[in-house]
Design a protein around this ligand. Structure first.
Ligand code: ZN
Length: 132
């Protein structure tokens, strides 16, 4: 299992981490297998989608509209309940096929870390299992 550290710059931010993850995957030297990508935080998530600026902005607005910043109980101790609630709508891990030692993504697919309570340094782990 290897780690990458991602620095976010905004409270809610989508960060394209595809190249960093793919570099780590290549280091495993596994021809075919499965990459497991995991975020070790309760206020981040991982998604696979297109990283187009308009869509990135739409997703950020969509998450805000789904979970407005109301008066939540958790805010009494941490003031980030909305971040936790947004993160449970998404996921903390991704499984992506590995082919010829690299992430086998579709043309428009990118691996995106969704920061929901930044700015902070975040840790994402990457492990690769050989197929068969
Ligand atoms: Zn919290």
């Amino acid at each position: 299992m290897r780690e990458i550290v991602v620095k976010s710059n905004k409270r809610t931010e989508l960060i394209d981490i595809t190249d960093g993850v793919d570099e780590v995957v290549a280091g495993y030297r596994v021809g075919e297998g499965i990459a497991l990508i995991f975020t070790k935080h309760t206020t981040t998530s991982l998604i696979v989608n297109e990283y187009e600026p308009g869509l990135v902005s739409d997703i950020e607005a969509f998450l805000g509209a789904l979970i407005p910043d109301l008066d939540y109980k958790h805010d009494r101790i941490d003031n980030n309940a909305d971040s936790h609630l947004r993160s449970i709508l998404l996921q903390s891990s991704l499984s992506i096929p590995v082919n010829k030692g690299r992430l086998d993504l579709g043309t428009w697919q990118r691996v995106i870390l969704v920061e929901l309570d930044g700015p902070r340094n975040r840790t994402v782990t990457v492990s690769v299992s050989r197929e068969g």
